[in-house]
Write a protein that binds this ligand. Structure first.
Ligand code: ZN
Length: 172
């Protein structure tokens, strides 16, 4: 089953705060390949290691339709951010729930890439949304945590059209 390895809400393991990666070695590179494969197989735009029950600070993301623009960030930290944007979000760990979440419109992140090299990444739009969503996962935070109780209630049955409109933003 696609996504069978992905923890599903309300699994308490999704609330685990991930530990920093100490060394980018063969085991970490292998884990990144596995995460990338799972993300692509599930049709997601991003995945945090937390979602496959590995509590290390690693995220992968690819918002391209061609699925060849992979971003790997190890020990990511947001060093700068600004603006405000509310895009439709979904989550591979919370199927069939989509909501607009207000986040920073742009972020600058620092971390290591899949080869252990320092990387600084500035982005906006869907990638900025996606990476903020994935960093939240590393801290045990889910996108629905950003909604107030009234908004959460309103999530229940969505019209098909609205769900489709939000779905275009992608699961992560
Ligand atoms: Zn997610």
């Amino acid at each position: 089953m696609i996504g069978g390895r992905i923890l599903q809400y309300p699994d308490p393991r999704l609330r685990t705060v991930a530990e920093p990666v100490v060394e980018v070695n063969a085991a970490i590179r292998s884990l990144i390949r596995e995460m990338t494969g799972i993300m692509y197989a599930a049709g997601g735009i991003g995945l945090a290691a937390t979602q496959i029950d590995v509590h290390k600070r690693i995220v992968v993301a690819d918002i391209s339709t061609t699925r060849d623009q992979l971003h790997v960030l190890i020990n990511p930290v947001i060093v700068d951010h600004g603006g405000s944007a509310a895009l439709g979000e979904g989550c591979l760990s919370i199927p069939d729930v989509y909501a607009r979440i207000r986040r920073a419109a742009w972020v600058t992140l620092r971390g290591l890439d899949g080869h252990g090299r320092r990387r600084l990444l500035s982005c906006d739009g869907v990638l900025a949304m996606c990476l903020q969503h994935e960093l939240d996962h590393l801290n045990g935070i889910l996108f629905i945590d950003h909604l107030d109780p009234k908004q959460l209630e309103g999530l229940a049955p969505k019209s098909r059209r609205q769900t489709h409109a939000l779905r275009r933003a992608g699961d992560n």
